[in-house]
Write a protein that binds this ligand. Sequence first.
Ligand code: IPD
Ligand code: CA
Ligand code: CA
Length: 271
Amino acid sequence: MSDILLFTQALARDAGKLIVDERANAALTHEYKNGDELVTNADIKADQFICAAIAQQFPDHQILSEESSPDLGAVQEITSPLWIIDPIDGTVNYAHGHNHSAISIAYVDGAQTKVGVVYNPFSEELFYAESGKGAFLNHKAISVSSETDLRRSLIATGFPYDKSTLAPMIPRLHAVLANCADIRRIGSAALDICFLAMGRLEGYYESLSIWDFAAARLIALEAGADCGHFSELPPGIDPQFYDRDILIANPAIYPLLRALLQEADNASGID
Ligand code: IPD
Ligand code: CA
Ligand code: CA
């Protein structure tokens, strides 16, 4: 394991302990970013903790983190190694006392994601991958499911905080419910993608922010998933970091689910 991976794993575990302790021992306070997006004092504290540890260890590296430096421009202009952080993915679960939330940390170098770590401190599940070296859950190799039948496939998705963008999601939901085994909205995109990576789900689609998926996408890729999009990408965009209409699935299900979602969009007049 590389030093970067070991550092990232230790950091995710320490931040995980912080968010568990924070919920157990302190009264959580919360506010709403941009009107509807829940953020707690633990999100802020974990963000500061992770960023400070990286800045101390790697003072020359860039940081893109949801709560303290959500500047997406950094991804287009990477001049040095970059860390992409979601201090708590699954904040709504966290604030409501559910145990399905994770710390997500990705490390990008040479414009490629090299390391991804997603840690759920409540279940003590540590998902990680290094580029070209496979994907692991608690040090055991993981791979995607071998299901080939869309009708037997379990699909996950999620919905944005901004309710004005819900309309296109309803025909997609209808198509998935009618043609797949069932659907899950578990509340943490990073964990959804890691669940897919280890075969607990066959497919996943959603529009996200980069910190939600940067680490988990590498884990899914290394576990054998196909990672792409169900709509056409704008020209010149690096698909690795493009956050709209993400589609991740096992290789047999990927083209079937892509066609299903595209048909739903075409039928409802979405380009
Ligand atoms: C959210 C979760 C959720 C997804 C939302 C994300 P947050 O992240 O990943 O599953 O549906 O789009 O914003 O706010 O808990 O970090
Ligand atoms: Ca998130
Ligand atoms: Ca978050």
